[in-house]
Design a protein around this ligand. Structure first.
Ligand code: 13P
Length: 287
């Protein structure tokens, strides 16, 4: 059964660890993340961007696939299915389709409009027992064709949004989606500490989990981050393993071209990446 992310994030905040959100892109990906979470007895959040949702034939298909896997793979750890960087309309569609959690990313709206739309979605999610993530201060890098500059959020605006009753809050602290440029200034821990002070118990979310040095991840968790999103790193490990398989000519040996064989190294590589992250985030054994 899919669950809201609320309990797992409150426990993570209290226990000073973070739950990983791993974005899924296809069946193999989803299976790898779920099997690893079960093996490590870790709670997990499956992230679905609007682009990935479209690619996987729509939100209903995603819900059907994930629910089927929870049953057929005998998954017992808490799993939330979460819309990543949703639009207002996208969030409503996911709620309708059976997601257990949504993110409404209103960070590009003026704060008053972000508040208005977040308020409405908080009400719907509360009625249905779903968790909801809001964002203040856009996260840098490219996500589904949208490029943000990696702002640092205004802590007062964070408080305004946190007070609306969201489950978790993503605050920009200089983090960027995708690979970090060589001249990246690092995370702004001053901003994170100021946001934490204003928002109290609110579990904070760190986007752009790919390529953040381990010491920064640990410091962010110690300052209130309870959820960390990872997407690009799984994509890179999947692509790398697939390329090595093909470069070694394995697709030409016997039935090596069978997609069940061709995609297997990538699926294993995702498992390894997810395991490494869950160990770093401290969520192993916390299910
Ligand atoms: P990365 O692609 O940098 O891992 O970021 C993922 C993310 O934040 C999804 O919202």
């Amino acid at each position: 059964m899919l669950v809201s992310a609320k309990d797992m994030l409150n426990k993570a905040r209290d226990g000073k660890y973070a739950v990983g959100q791993f974005n899924i892109n296809n069946l193999e990906w989803t299976k790898s993340v779920l099997l690893t979470a079960e093996e490590l007895k870790s709670p997990v959040i499956l992230g679905v961007s609007e682009g990935a949702g479209k690619y996987m034939c729509g939100y209903k298909t995603v819900v059907g696939m994930v629910k089927g896997m929870l049953e057929e793979l005998n998954i017992t750890v808490p799993v939330a299915l979460h819309l990543d960087h949703g639009s207002y309309e996208g969030a409503k569609q996911c709620i309708e389709a059976g997601f257990s959690s949504v993110m409404f990313d209103g960070s590009h709206y003026p704060i008053a409009e972000n508040i208005e739309k977040t308020t409405e979605l908080v009400k719907i999610c509360n009625e249905k027992g779903l968790s909801i993530e809001a964002e203040v201060g856009s996260i840098g890098g490219e996500e589904d064709g949208v490029v943000g500059m990696g702002e640092c959020a205004d802590p007062n605006e964070c408080k305004q949004i946190a007070d609306l009753g969201v489950t978790m809050l993503a605050a920009g602290i200089g983090n960027i989606h995708g690979k970090y440029p060589d001249n990246w200034a690092g995370l702004s821990f001053d901003t994170l500490a100021a946001v934490k002070e204003k928002t109290g118990d609110m579990p904070l979310v760190l986007h752009g989990g790919t390529g953040i040095p381990e010491d920064m991840i640990k410091k962010a968790i110690s300052l209130g981050v309870a959820k960390i999103n990872v997407n690009t790193e799984c994509q890179l490990s999947f692509a790398d393993a697939t390329r090595k398989y093909i470069e070694a000519g394995k697709d030409l040996e016997g039935k090596g071209f069978d997609p069940r064989k061709l995609l297997a190294p990538g699926a294993e590589a995702i498992k390894a990446t997810v395991k490494e992250k869950m160990e770093l985030f401290g969520s192993v054994g916390k299910a």
